[in-house]
Design a protein around this ligand. Structure first.
Ligand SMILES: *[C@@H]1O[C@H](CO)[C@@H](O)[C@H](O)[C@H]1NC(C)=O
Ligand SMILES: *[C@@H]1O[C@H](CO)[C@@H](O)[C@H](O)[C@H]1NC(C)=O
Ligand SMILES: *[C@@H]1O[C@H](CO)[C@@H](O)[C@H](O)[C@H]1NC(C)=O
Ligand SMILES: *[C@@H]1O[C@H](CO)[C@@H](O)[C@H](O)[C@H]1NC(C)=O
Ligand SMILES: *[C@@H]1O[C@H](CO)[C@@H](O)[C@H](O)[C@H]1NC(C)=O
Ligand SMILES: *[C@@H]1O[C@H](CO)[C@@H](O)[C@H](O)[C@H]1NC(C)=O
Ligand SMILES: *[C@@H]1O[C@H](CO)[C@@H](O)[C@H](O)[C@H]1NC(C)=O
Ligand SMILES: *[C@@H]1O[C@H](CO)[C@@H](O)[C@H](O)[C@H]1NC(C)=O
Length: 415
């Protein structure tokens, strides 16, 4: 169940919540292979093998629970509709351990900690990406992302948001204004006392990597070219403890926003060594694997690198929607494998935990995979929202979507 942060729950909401807990608990419908608790739905393996209605279909822009049942099977349709009312979907019992619950009957809360104001009128959409936690500031930073309005006034540009966690039971989310201003910031990573942003750039400011002091919010461009070539639209970034920096670069600026020069470099993953300054492409051009690579995550032990690929559009069924896994070597990455292909949207943000699980932010929520790439469960965001990125702070996973920021307490940590 999705609840407001405790401070903003009204008495009426709270009463309703308690009443529904009592009436909905643990009703099951053996027919469809879906069992319901109040907050968790458990999908059986039989369901995954044979869909419980004879005719069905689902297009690329929908979620699993929006599958159309094409024969009259009211049980299946009503159970799919009931998934709208839960916050977690378990595909495997190991998901209960992550949630720290005994089973699907147990209560489990996903909190909405902030509702974003409406997107600017001139923008067709707005997303929130690049979640990163800076311990010095006790704060999470993430970027809003929308096309800037011509005129480029301060309000017309995408800025940065901060969730102040100095009081963990009362997170405060506000817009902040780094200086000099970032130029379409996207993914971010915390390293060595600083937040490093991957920024897309625009016609007049080349994209690249920008370092930001998490306290003063002062920024400094630290990487912006490959021997004089501009990058296309740097999207996400990770940095190993020794300073090996990986960032993805796709055609987002040109294709989504038409706000940057036509691409001159291949889509790919770049490795910038902060110690030597060496910059080189380590995946992409040579193997043709990527079209608009996007999210990046290192495993907790920094021996694996996860890279997501969007494809031409967010729901491109061919080539997009994939999380690839590489081995990290001392000089780069090798051994690409398909780690997971997701069924809704594409994994924009991707993160890992200390137990080897991988989290992908997709349409409808966050997919959780075990270390073998098996989908064990989903954390659903509010109906209609799309999860964009997330970050662990201790046991809490903070998720930013297009519409809201959320958090859920999990039985793991990032490292
Ligand atoms: C996809 O399916 C959903 C639900 O059935 C429907 O609302 C939507 O219009 C469909 N979109 C396309 C592109 O067919
Ligand atoms: C399902 O039932 C409705 C009314 O009960 C009917 O109008 C419709 O044609 C039926 N559809 C199928 C595919 O049998
Ligand atoms: C979802 O919950 C609402 C509010 O408790 C209820 O009115 C509705 O019937 C539920 N929907 C399903 C499909 O169970
Ligand atoms: C939390 O996870 C550990 C394994 O990492 C497990 O032993 C423990 O039982 C889990 N706790 C709960 C409450 O599920
Ligand atoms: C933290 O926030 C909670 C909830 O608003 C409040 O009750 C508590 O007094 C705050 N703690 C501090 C140290 O300000
Ligand atoms: C590029 O971004 C900068 C902010 O970093 C802004 O001042 C400038 O107006 C933008 N230019 C264009 C052409 O979008
Ligand atoms: C951390 O930053 C300091 C300067 O503030 C620098 O000397 C050092 O090399 C950096 N270490 C890494 C691993 O990036
Ligand atoms: C993209 O922007 C350029 C320069 O502002 C403009 O000439 C061109 O018409 C735009 N293309 C589209 C498809 O909007």
């Amino acid at each position: 169940m999705i609840a407001q942060a405790r401070s903003s729950l009204t008495f009426v909401q709270l009463a309703g919540l308690l009443a529904s807990t009592a009436t909905l608990l643990s009703v099951s419908n053996a027919d469809t292979g879906i069992r319901f608790g109040h907050d968790i739905a458990r999908i059986s393996s039989e369901f995954n093998s044979v869909f419980p209605a004879g005719n069905f279909n689902r297009n690329v822009s929908t979620t699993f629970w929006q599958t159309s049942v094409l024969v009259n099977n009211s049980n299946v349709q009503s159970d799919l509709n009931r998934i709208l009312n839960v916050s977690f979907i378990a595909y495997d019992d190991s998901f209960y351990q992550l949630l720290g619950v005994a089973g699907y009957e147990s209560p489990k809360q996903l909190e909405i900690i902030f509702k974003f104001p409406p997107k600017p009128a001139f923008a067709t959409r707005q997303v929130h990406d690049g979640t990163v936690y800076a311990p010095e500031a006790k704060a999470i930073f993430f970027a809003e992302l929308h096309v800037p309005s011509p005129g480029y006034s301060a309000d017309a540009m995408p800025w940065v948001w901060r969730i102040d966690l100095s009081n963990q039971s009362n997170p405060q989310t506000t817009k902040v204004y780094p200086s000099p201003q970032l130029t379409i910031p996207n993914g971010a990573y915390y390293h060595n006392g600083s937040v490093f942003w991957a920024q897309e750039g625009n016609y007049t400011n080349p994209g690249g990597v920008v370092r930001m002091d998490p306290i003063t919010l002062k920024t400094q461009v630290v990487q912006n070219n490959f021997y004089g070539h501009r990058f296309n639209s740097p999207n996400d970034i990770v940095i190993t403890k020794t300073g090996a920096t990986y960032f993805t670069d796709g055609y987002y600026g040109t294709d989504n926003f038409n706000d940057s020069l036509p691409a001159l470099l291949a889509n790919g993953i770049w490795r910038w060594d902060q110690k030597t300054g060496n910059i080189r492409q380590v995946a992409g051009a040579a193997e043709q694997a990527f079209f608009n690579p996007n999210g990046l995550a290192l495993s907790a032990t920094e021996d694996k690198l996860y890279i997501t690929n969007r494809g031409k559009t967010s729901d491109d069924p061919a080539g997009g929607r994939t999380i690839y896994r590489y081995d990290v070597t001392t000089a780069g990455i090798k051994n690409r494998e398909v780690f997971a292909y997701v069924d809704a949207g594409f994994p924009d943000g991707v993160k890992t935990d200390r137990d080897g699980r991988v989290y992908g932010a997709v349409t409808g929520g966050v997919d959780v995979f075990n270390v073998d790439g098996i989908l064990i469960g989903r954390i659903k965001v509010a109906n209609g929202d799309t999860a964009v990125n997330m970050v662990f702070v201790g046991n809490w996973l903070y998720i930013v979507g297009r519409d809201n920021a959320y958090r859920v307490k999990l039985n793991t940590t990032a490292v």
